[in-house]
Design a protein around this ligand. Sequence first.
Ligand code: ZN
Length: 169
Amino acid sequence: MRTLVLNAGYEPMQLISWQRALCLVMSDKAEVVARYDTEVRSVSQSFKLPSVVRLVRYVRVISRFGVVRCTRKNVLMRDTYQCQYCSVKCREESITIDHVVPRSKGGKTTWNNVVAACHPCNRKKGSKNLGDTGMVLLKQPRRPSFRELMGENGQETLLEWLPYISQAG
Ligand SMILES: [Zn+2]
């Protein structure tokens, strides 16, 4: 189960594990905005897992607010852990990130240039340009919206987050 972190101004920032979210709350770095119905029990108390927390202090974000950053995890989520060349679905440990325009040829780590790829396809493509390999992309990579990315976490969870996501447009 994951927790949505909001910046002090309620802008959605990222998803973290509920354990990490609790740590933020316990150390007074964040406050709970909404909770799941699921309870966890410790020796002395029980509490509902936070579904949304808000940071107490404003954190300056490099990207524009509400815009999803191009990280390995986010790219894999966008591509639903499916190799974008041979369309095989992979587990997290057996998938990697491929630069469509290779880094050695100036390709950047941007949403339009990175895709999920299985290791065999990643090796096959190597540092060649896509056109020289005969390989074809399943779909043209692009930046997903926050909503698209979080849709992968299930409808129920999405509903709880919706009011906060909507604020980000
Ligand atoms: Zn593949």
